[in-house]
Design a protein around this ligand. Structure first.
Ligand SMILES: [Zn+2]
Length: 632
């Protein structure tokens, strides 16, 4: 449907006295500006009817001329929202006519059947958005919100132009669907897959490889002619790990001004991750590939989505995100090409099994022709111990070491950190893990704050504890956040304890400081609980490195002798192991016609591909970097 047709359909269905002043694209949605928004809000069926007819999401916005003055509107909001809802912040966005009301208890603020919201629209003609104030406040979320408000006009223009591009008239019938691996294929790191049709061009993920120095191995191959920034319709990010989103700001540095789609939590987490990456590069005196300004461009151009929300992202591609069970907000990306023509499921990193933090990955889709799946643990020997066995080993190891020494756990700030926190909290509470102080340092607390802001993306169990029982397991009394680096000496000199610190692959961050101080003593233990990419210090220690060179704050080289115990506990992974990968291929519904294997070391890709073609009789591909697979 063209803009003119959409406009006609809307004007025909909406009674004239509602006073429509503008109809505009707002990204993938259509915005209707009216002088009487309260009527459309009250009589929701009118808008629902139109949405069904034009097959697009609709937002109702008030014409700026009818909105109550902000100070008066704030007074009205405070009068309507009951005191027990606990308002913590009210922010007005005059461009969109929205008032964001941050509250402790969203249910009470919304009222029965949305009664309070309707009342706010009626009395103020501002559109209320209710959000939960996170129990652990997150600076990132606040900064993103403030930045977006400051760029409200620019944001409005971006959304309108994006909408016009999405709903442009097509030049040909849909077809020629092909996928090119620009990174993250037959390797782990720098994930980037280019999907092209006759009409559009979409990039899935845009990561970096933290273990590689040479740009040709470290960044996606966007230098090739297959990739044209000017033709790119959208970028979709599966989750906020550096190897999936770390290179995204670079696209903006080189002039990309189109949208990025990802889940709500990913939109916050990836900004945190990218900013931290810049900081780490800066501290180490290395040249970063982009600047903070480019990260801010990402904020302005991100369109966050909920799981299950079907969204047009180009004239012939529809996107839906589903839970991937890997980290908070991680998504399996479902792409529907043409009207009923072809369907692709890209798993990103996914966990098809139990974790404390998240539900297992979604496996039911309306249609699937091609499955693009990761194979990090796809090798024939990559069968992990069961989850209960894993926890038992972890607890036994900690109990043993803590008799005399300290346990140092390097973790990525997002995901594994919170998972390990939950495991430690549960076992200390039950009494089978010795109660010692647990020190947490790095961006972990900030990432935890983002977790508590999106409880609906967490596992049912944790969500219920936060929402209904009012006990937030992330705020357990066992945990101490280390805010001042000078406390490190005290911790290292003190008694047995557990230290959880970033970065996860020991490529920098406070974990290095603890490591340097604990490494000489064989009573201490370094315990890996996450995947170590080839080339990283973490991987080299796992392989038996006995001397580590580091630089101190004055830039002088130091040699650390490694005498501490080095352990790896397999099984906490946010990735599916071999069994789970194969059972996913068996259970995914409907059954795909073919499978592309990626995100695994070469041997693992091949071993998984062999198993899938043998057991499931499905054609498989393991494309090399820059190889293109034609799907249709
Ligand atoms: Zn990941």
């Amino acid at each position: 449907m063209s803009y003119v047709e959409i406009r006609e359909a809307i004007l025909q269905k909406i009674p004239e006295d509602i006073g429509i002043t503008r109809i505009e694209f707002e990204g993938p949605r259509v915005a209707i500006y009216t002088k009487r928004p309260e009527v459309l809000v009250e009589q929701g069926f009118i808008v629902a009817d139109i949405a069904r007819l034009i097959k697009k999401r609709i937002v109702v916005r008030s014409d700026p001329s009818v909105r109550l003055d902000e100070a008066l509107a704030e007074r009205e909001v405070r009068a309507i929202v009951p005191e027990e809802a606990g308002i913590t912040q009210i922010v007005f966005d005059p461009t969109l006519g929205e008032v964001t009301i941050e509250v402790k208890k969203p249910g009470l603020a919304i009222g029965k059947g949305g009664a309070n919201l309707q009342e706010i629209v009626k009395r103020t003609r501002w559109n209320p958005i209710i959000i939960r104030s996170p129990p652990i406040s997150s600076t990132t979320i606040k900064q993103i919100r403030n930045y977006l408000y400051s760029r409200s006009k620019e944001r409005e223009r971006f959304l309108r132009e994006t909408g016009e591009k999405i709903f442009r008239s097509t030049l040909s019938t849909p077809g020629d669907i092909r996928v090119t691996a620009l990174g993250g294929s037959r390797e782990v790191g720098r994930s980037a897959f280019l999907l092209r049709t006759r009409e559009s061009c979409v990039l899935l993920d845009c990561g970096i490889n933290p273990g590689m120095g040479n740009p040709l191995n470290c960044f996606p191959r966007i230098d090739v002619e297959e990739f044209d920034l000017d033709l790119l319709d959208a970028v979709v990010i599966s989750h906020a790990h550096l190897d999936h989103c770390g290179f995204l700001p670079f696209l903006y540095k080189y002039g990309y001004r189109g949208p990025v789609y990802c889940s709500l939590p990913t939109a916050s987490l990836m900004i945190l991750i990218q900013s931290d990456y810049l900081e780490v590069m800066h501290k180490e005196g290395r040249m970063a590939p982009y600047s903070p300004e480019d990260i801010r461009s990402v904020i302005t151009h991100t369109i966050p989505l909920r799981y299950g929300e079907v969204t047009d992202i180009s004239p012939d591609i529809r996107l839906t995100l589903h839970n991937a069970g890997h980290i908070l907000g991680s998504s399996i990306i479902h792409l529907h090409v043409g009207k009923g023509l072809y369907n692709i499921v890209y798993t990103g990193d996914f966990k098809y099994g139990y974790t404390s933090l998240l539900e297992p990955a979604a496996s039911q889709f309306p249609r699937v022709e091609t499955l693009i799946m990761e194979s990090t643990y796809g090798g024939s020997k990559d069968v992990m111990p069961s989850r209960s066995e894993t926890e038992r080993r972890f607890v036994n190891l900690c109990n043993h070491v803590l008799k005399r020494g300290k346990v140092l756990i390097p973790v990525p700030a997002v995901g594994r950190a919170q998972e390990i926190m939950m495991v430690i909290n549960n076992h200390m509470r039950r009494g089978d893990l010795v109660e010692v102080p647990v020190y947490i340092e790095g961006m972990i607390t900030e990432a935890t704050g983002i977790h508590t802001a999106y409880p609906s993306f967490l596992s049912k169990e944790i969500r219920n504890r936060i929402l209904h029982e009012g006990q937030n397991p992330f705020e357990s009394e066992y945990f101490t956040t280390v805010k001042q680096p000078d406390l490190r000496e005290e911790i290292v000199e003190g008694g047995p304890c557990i230290i959880i610190a970033t970065s996860g692959m020991m490529e920098g961050g406070p974990v290095i400081e603890y490591f340097k101080r604990l490494a000489q003593d064989e009573k201490n233990a370094l315990v890996f609980v996450s995947y170590q990419v080839n080339g990283t210090l973490g991987r080299r220690l796992q392989s038996g490195l006995t001397q580590v060179q580091t630089f101190n704050s004055e830039g002088k080289m130091e040699i650390t002798e490694v005498r501490m115990q080095i352990h790896t506990i397999e099984g906490f992974s946010g990735h599916s192991d071999r069994k789970q990968l194969l059972s996913y291929v068996r259970r995914i519904s409907p059954k795909p016609r073919n499978v592309i294997i990626c995100h695994g070391e070469e041997e693992k890709c091949n071993e998984l591909a062999k198993a899938i073609s043998r057991h499931h009789k499905l054609p498989t591909w393991t494309p090399d970097i820059l190889e293109t697979v034609r799907l249709l």
